[in-house]
Design a binder for this molecule. Structure first.
Ligand SMILES: Cc1cc2nc3c(=O)[nH]c(=O)nc-3n(C[C@H](O)[C@H](O)[C@H](O)COP(=O)(O)O)c2cc1C
Length: 258
């Protein structure tokens, strides 16, 4: 489980519910804030730090504007609000460099993942500065709508650093077969963001559990039809069959979710 530094609950409360967690952190202009958030998370047992590199400034998010979504009025990011005065957007660092990330990696007692990587050269750079993982992500296209899809860049990144770094990928791989596809292409883990929120909005915690159930069912179905004994059995040789199964699992092609 990954916990955003912008969570509206304290690290302590979250860790009390699930000790198996990692901190996601944005870099702040005031490095003391970033470092203090990390120290507080590690003190509560965070097992890794995920450094988000793709939001130096928020994207224009025209769809959000069109839909009148300007953030949740009542939501206060608990840990950040304790440490930052004023608007959080203003507190973010717009000028991080790889040297800054390298210093962070060096200072940490737990593994560091760099989130928001979409280019093999950046993946190689993350490896060079001592990251343990990269998180291949376009932030769901919410930073730059036209960004390359994470799945499209995964094979080149896997070829470049796949033997040295753990590869996490996100980007709403909705049917489980997309999870299988990502694993076959070299990802070690697939993360979800919005689907959990959609489940939450539809039916609270039961809805979130249902989202995971569906993904697992679809993944298991895909594995059986692909002839793979487990997710870890997937490799490049399964990409072709995963591609044809995708056509079956996308909802508009016939699967009815209930
Ligand atoms: C409610 C919500 C909060 C998010 N908060 C963060 C965050 O604090 N830091 C971050 O790097 N990404 C954040 N993300 C982005 C997700 O980690 C993920 O990159 C993105 O949603 C794409 O995955 P998806 O297509 O499964 O949603 C958030 C996403 C959602 C839906």
């Amino acid at each position: 489980m990954v916990v955003s530094c912008l969570s509206t609950f304290s690290f302590h409360d979250i860790a009390g519910k699930n000790p198996n967690w990692a901190l996601q952190v944005y870099p702040f202009k005031d490095r003391a804030v970033t470092n203090d958030l990390i120290s507080a998370a590690l003190a509560e047992g965070a097992r890794a730090v995920i450094y988000t590199a793709d939001v130096p400034v928020p994207g224009l998010r025209s769809r959000d504007r069109r839909n009148g979504f300007t953030g949740l009025v009542d939501s206060v990011p608990y840990e950040v609000a304790k440490r930052v005065q004023g608007t959080i957007w203003d507190a973010w660092s717009e000028s991080e460099t790889w040297d800054d990330v390298a210093r962070l990696a060096e200072s940490l007692s737990v593994p560091l993942a760099v989130k928001g990587v979409l280019h093999p050269d950046d993946a190689a750079q993350a490896r060079a500065i001592g990251a343990a993982a990269i998180w291949i992500s376009s932030h769901g296209g919410r930073q730059l709508d036209s960004a390359i899809a994470p799945l499209d860049v995964l094979p080149r990144i896997a070829e470049t650093v796949g033997d040295d770094l753990e590869l996490v990928i996100d980007g709403s791989p909705l049917p489980g077969v997309d999870v299988a596809m990502a694993l076959a292409m070299g990802a070690n883990a697939v993360a979800i963001g919005r689907p959990a929120m959609w489940g939450l909005a539809a039916a609270g915690d039961i809805g979130v559990a249902r989202v995971f159930d569906l993904l697992v069912q679809e993944l298991e179905n895909a594995l059986i039809l692909m002839g793979a004994s487990s997710p870890s059995a997937l490799d490049n040789s399964y990409v072709g069959i995963a591609a044809s199964l995708r056509l079956d699992q996308w909802p508009e092609k016939g699967i009815v979710r209930s």
